[in-house]
Design a protein around this ligand. Structure first.
Ligand code: C2O
Ligand code: CU
Length: 514
């Protein structure tokens, strides 16, 4: 199986052409809450709150030994019943969507052997993982399908593997909600849309000793919008449905693909029965392009509905109250909701204040029964942020739409992603300031390192910027600065926009730590 190397991006148009291309497509988006276009489903959608909430299965290790925990995952096509009475073909880790949840213990090595039984090459990235470069899922470090013969004319090749590959994670990082998903160059958007995404949780003793809600009161909540075709398949506007040759989506969707069905852990608008006690919700926005503003309806009496305890990189130093949570693609937010503040029998809708019609609601909690609750949310959660190290370098990075290969694409500093180019070369063990500017919404994500948001515009960090982030929700015409330290692992990594259509259409760069 030979992949053509970035056929779409073979040539880069002059900057002068930018004004002529893409602006009509994007006009009117500045006031919108998400950058992208709605792709409507072509079959009747179920009524919300009719299907039960479920939690993805936790993957059992095949082996535990002194060196760590070993897992095996088969990536394959499968069938899912997502809409009632409709069979939907998906691609999944273990053939399911979401994939199984992997649970690591901080400080214990986790090795995941992936076997590719899909018809396309894959790349696995542990999003939020502090991972050595060779295991981070660089977009050209392809894992070809089982049975593929090694080929030497593969121009796109990074460190390729055939059939199976071991991803070896040292997990030298604190408790956090991470996730894993496909990351193949040019085709991440459609592959994740078809189902290649799952949770990967890191637990540690310090977190366990806090007494936060645990067990069946610790709920992963993967929020992802999708659209369905009349035959039940997931609808996506790929130029090449085989996902092998021509990357990209049709013109109307180059700013992002927005679905009209909101799935939570793969179920449309589910309903969860919860006892009237505190629950931890690990909110993850696994959507390609949609941003959410999540709020509880009705809001509980006596204070904010959400107590935020954690963010992308782990626990906050202390809890932060929010009436609503804004979440851009790729981001996580760990919150505690005390359903004890509602009355038994009350129905509480998790609304999306950025949505409209079908996307204005996410799921419902039906408060059912009182129960003992020994959980708590202490005033001190994680370690305070370490004193900021002096930055040795300041880089400025402009994220904007641009002409790429004569059509509309997305670039960083005018340069489309090219694995042969390193766009930034931080020195190992140093700290840098990155100034990020945007034209539209760009959730900017760095691999390897979590960062602190220093400022937005002329103000300080925003209400959702607390703690160690790996993805910043950059809003239209915004300038933000982040402080990032490059510790432990040398090598080449990517940073990119986590609007997956922007990422596939070249809004990605390489940084090389040496
Ligand atoms: Cu969640 Cu580079 O990605
Ligand atoms: Cu973007």
């Amino acid at each position: 199986m030979a992949l053509s190397r970035r056929t779409l991006l073979a040539t880069l148009g002059g900057a002068g052409a930018a004004a002529a291309v893409g602006v009509p497509l994007l006009s009117g988006l500045r006031g919108a809450s998400s950058t992208g276009a709605l792709l409507a489903s072509r079959l009747p959608l179920p009524r919300p709150f009719t299907l039960p909430f479920r939690v993805p299965p936790v993957l059992a290790p095949v082996r535990r030994d002194a060196t760590g925990d070993h897992y095996e995952v088969v990536q394959r096509a499968g069938w899912a019943q997502i809409l009632p009475g409709v069979r939907t073909p998906i691609w999944g880790y273990q053939g399911i969507f979401p994939g199984p949840t992997i649970v690591s213990t901080a400080g214990r090595r986790t090795v995941v052997r992936h076997r590719n039984e899909l018809p396309v090459p894959v790349v696995v990235h542990l999003h939020g993982g502090h991972t050595p470069a060779g295991h981070d899922g660089y977009p050209t470090d392809l894992l070809y399908p089982v049975g593929t013969a090694a080929s030497h004319d593969d121009m796109s090749a990074g460190a390729v593997a055939y059939g199976t590959r071991d991803y070896d994670y040292p997990v030298r990082q604190p408790a956090a909600t991470l996730w894993y998903h496909d990351h193949r160059m040019d085709f991440t958007g459609p592959a994740v849309w078809r189902g290649l995404a799952g949770f990967h949780l890191v637990r540690d003793t310090a977190e366990r000793l806090l007494g936060l809600p645990d067990g069946d009161r610790d709920l992963p909540v993967m929020i992802a919008d999708r659209s369905f075709d009349a035959d039940g398949t997931l609808r996506y506007p790929s130029l090449d449905a085989s996902l092998l040759h021509t990357p990209g989506v049709t013109e109307a969707y180059r700013a992002g693909v927005l679905g009209d069905v909101v799935l939570v852990n793969g179920v449309p608008w589910p309903v969860a029965r919860v006892p009237a006690v505190r629950h931890r919700l690990r909110l993850l926005n696994a959507s390609n392009a949609r941003r959410y503003r999540l709020a509880l309806d009705p809001a509980p009496r006596g204070g904010p509905g959400f107590t935020q305890i954690g963010t992308d990189g782990g626990l906050l130093p202390g809890p932060v109250g929010h009436d609503a949570i804004e979440l851009a693609p790729g981001q996580r937010c760990d919150v505690v909701v005390d359903f004890g503040r509602y009355t038994d029998g009350q129905r509480v809708v998790l609304r999306n204040e950025f949505g409209d019609r079908t996307t204005a609601q996410v799921m419902r909690f039906d408060v059912a029964g009182v129960a003992a609750d020994t959980s708590r949310v202490p005033d001190v959660l994680g370690p305070a942020a370490p004193p900021a190290a002096a930055a040795v370098t300041t880089r400025t990075l402009h994220f904007r739409h641009d002409v790429v290969a004569g059509g509309m694409g997305w670039t960083i500093n005018g340069v489309p992603f090219d694995p042969a180019v390193s766009n930034a070369d931080p020195r190992l063990g140093t700290t840098e300031i990155w100034r990020l500017t945007s034209d539209f919404h760009h959730p900017v994500h760095l691999h390897l390192a979590h960062f602190a948001v220093v400022s937005r515009g002329i103000g300080g960090p925003g209400p959702y910027d607390h703690g160690p982030r790996d993805t910043i929700d950059l809003r239209p015409a915004e300038q933000a600065t982040i402080r990032v330290s490059f510790a432990d692992y040398p090598g080449r990594y990517v940073f990119h926009c986590h609007n997956l259509e922007h990422e596939d259409m070249a809004m990605m760069g390489t940084f090389t730590v040496a």
